[in-house]
Design a protein around this ligand. Structure first.
Ligand code: SF4
Ligand code: SF4
Length: 436
């Protein structure tokens, strides 16, 4: 379905059909795409995004519109997919009969963003906050990361498209590696459910290493190991874990998600000094230790030339409760399809799950066990081939039901989910509802 192009012939291709240019997705990729297209002197007419909170906003004076407007524009418009959710977006474009569809890989890969002055006025600032929860910039690490995820999303889509026989590779975008259930904060609305843990503990190194080894030998490529907790620096062995992850050859990056409360030292600091490692820092300004330690952490990272990005958490989705929601099958499918972590695999205590909510809710025995949603990676009967089949089934949307059993107990994490203030602390451990 996707049209081939290169930067030299793109303008000609678009002029030839003389139709509107629309960017499907108003996030980081959309921002990169519009700046690249404008550099080529190609006019973008609209952003197209499903999120009603984005519709009506403008970036570079280009408005974000919804489905209605796109249908009015007709089937000949030029669409650039500025989203990594190819499996969600492509069927939607096919349904509307849109034919002039392009991905963003060539465009972003061949644009020198260091030479583009991203705008800094209030409009852009708002766009950044609303669209990504953080102002996105042309930081080369972030550009490379966004592009790589886009490419992996495209390859995964192609590998599922057996009809076209493009590739049968099993490329995964993200695997969350939960290295500890402990956190230095106690956010009452933590979407990873830390507020329900009575006796949180660090993951066993032996089980963790064995699970990762088996997983990595069963897939072709991984874009990101996402090292998470709780707070990953609560695990004193984080340096050893990072050094172990670095031994694999079939991955692109390791990202550590931290709340800026702990400053790494000694071997843990040393393990961060690697071109494939970077930190994704969430700065909670209202939490004393995150506020106080954030500048110290940045200083240490700068001094040691360690890669990082940092953003401030003001608001997030209300996704931190385990409740039984009574939804129809179609509503559950919608929640799963639109979920912002619906394409993440999570490893926790020797098992693999499809998202961190599913992982942690199962881990604390809060929801009923569902064998289709969990892989016991260390099961001796699972050799490399069988594990690959199971991961493919869990990760792709092929041959599987279209939501997780965990989605019945989760409020969802998409643009319809209510937003609430981020990082509110609790002293109490929340009562495990035990729907199990
Ligand atoms: S959301 Fe809060 S409690 Fe949850 S992992 Fe992050 S800092 Fe810890
Ligand atoms: S349980 Fe479903 S809706 Fe909730 S985070 Fe996971 S995939 Fe998303």
């Amino acid at each position: 379905m996707l049209k081939k192009y290169n930067l030299t012939n793109l303008k000609k291709v678009l002029n030839y059909n003389n139709n509107k240019v629309v960017l499907r997705g108003a996030g980081s990729l959309g921002k990169l795409a519009i700046n690249a297209l404008q550099k080529l002197d190609i006019k973008v007419d609209y952003f197209w995004d499903k999120n009603p909170r984005k519709q009506g906003l403008k970036y570079c004076n280009v408005e974000v519109v919804g489905d209605k407007k796109i249908i009015e524009l007709g089937k000949e418009i030029n669409i650039f997919i500025c989203s990594n959710y190819f499996s969600l977006v492509i069927p939607e474009l096919e349904k509307l009969g849109l034919k002039n569809v392009f991905d963003c890989c060539e465009l972003i890969e061949n644009t020198d963003y260091s030479k583009i002055a991203f705008k800094t006025n209030q409009e852009i600032h708002d766009f950044g906050n609303i669209f990504n929860n953080s102002p996105f910039n042309q930081n080369p690490i972030e550009v490379k990361r966004v592009l790589d995820l886009h490419r992996t999303g495209l390859e995964t889509q192609n590998s599922q498209n057996y009809k076209n026989n493009i590739s049968k590779k099993l490329n995964i975008k993200y695997i969350d590696i939960v290295i500890t259930e402990k956190c230095s904060m106690k956010c009452v609305d933590c979407s990873n459910l830390m507020q329900y843990y009575v006796e949180p503990k660090d993951s066993s190194l032996e089980i963790l290493f064995e699970t990762i080894k088996k997983t990595m030998s069963s897939i072709d490529h991984l874009s990101e190991f996402r090292v998470i907790g709780g707070e990953p620096f609560m695990n004193r062995n984080i340096g050893k874990i990072l050094d172990y992850l670095k031994t694999f050859e079939n991955f692109s990056r390791i990202i550590i998600y931290t709340n800026a409360t702990i400053i790494p030292k000694n071997n843990n600091l040393k393990a961060l000094k690697h071109p494939k490692v970077s930190l994704d820092i969430t700065h909670y300004k209202d939490y004393k230790y995150s506020f106080k330690n954030h500048p110290k952490l940045i200083k240490v990272l700068e001094e040691n030339k360690i890669n990082y990005v940092s953003h401030t958490a003001d608001r997030w989705t209300d996704s931190g409760r385990i409740k039984k929601y009574h939804r129809t099958d179609d509503q559950l499918k919608d929640i799963f399809l639109n979920c912002c972590v619906g394409d993440v695999l999570t490893i926790l205590n020797g098992k693999m799950y499809r998202c961190p909510f599913s992982a942690n809710a199962h881990n604390i025995n809060a929801i009923p066990f569902n064998k289709d949603d969990i892989i016991n990676v260390l099961d001796k009967d699972l050799d490399q081939i069988k594990l690959r089949e199971k991961i493919t089934k869990l990760y792709t949307r092929k041959d599987r039901k279209e939501y997780l059993s965990a989605c019945k107990y989760c409020k969802g994490r998409d643009f319809n989910t209510t937003e609430i203030p981020a990082g509110i602390q609790t002293k109490e451990i929340l009562k495990n509802p035990k729907f199990n």
